[in-house]
Design a protein around this ligand. Structure first.
Ligand code: HEM
Length: 159
């Protein structure tokens, strides 16, 4: 079987791409052997690469069954073509909603890749808007980084 990286045969890879491929492969092996925490050092690019190999190692949230994302991973999705926001600790891919948003695309893009809860609350969105969120849900923030729902004793103590 011919080995490829994406659509490119391995022997055609440029040195940088070859380095990326090698470090991703090594990263996966060390993770599998338990030498480092699953996905704690992975970037969105790592995860995309692993998914291309059919190796979806993303952790699921025990309570909701949703995929978990770190705030750092969310921050990679900050463009017009790939726009994610965090609301109430949930992660939403609102790329296809940008043009539909009654408040315009700019206000969402200003919060792209970040927690937009305060901005969202500030507008006083209707229950219809809250219901519309479901269509764009892709996951939930990792437990240790949640601000609204849980378990984050550090923040609870600080209040
Ligand atoms: C997926 C996320 C969002 C959804 C589903 C959503 C949905 C909506 C909907 C349905 C409306 C019409 C008014 C209403 O029913 O409340 C609206 C208006 C608006 N939204 Fe959002 N929104 C989202 C995110 C945001 C964010 C992050 C901001 C940031 C500031 C924002 C700012 C506004 C503004 C300024 C209006 C216009 C309010 C007005 O003219 O009265 N929205 N949004």
């Amino acid at each position: 079987m011919k080995q490829t990286y994406g659509d490119t045969p391995l022997h055609m890879l440029q040195p940088k791409a070859l380095f990326n491929f090698t470090s991703q492969a090594l990263g996966f092996v060390t993770q599998s052997l338990g030498l480092r925490e699953p996905s704690s050092y992975t970037t969105a690019d790592d995860d995309d690469a692993l998914c291309r190999y059919g190796l979806d190692i993303r952790e699921k949230d025990e309570e909701t069954g949703l995929d978990t994302y770190s705030l750092s991973e969310v921050s990679y999705h900050e463009t017009y073509d790939d726009c994610w926001i965090v609301l109430y600790d949930k992660v939403f891919d609102v790329t296809r909603f940008l043009l539909e948003h009654p408040g315009g695309e700019d206000v969402i893009l200003e919060n792209a890749g970040r927690d937009a809860t305060l901005a969202f609350q500030g507008v006083g969105h209707s229950t219809m808007a809250l219901r519309a969120l479901d269509d764009y849900l892709v996951g939930i923030v990792r437990p240790e980084e949640r601000m609204y729902t849980n378990q984050n004793t550090y923040r609870q103590d600080a209040r």
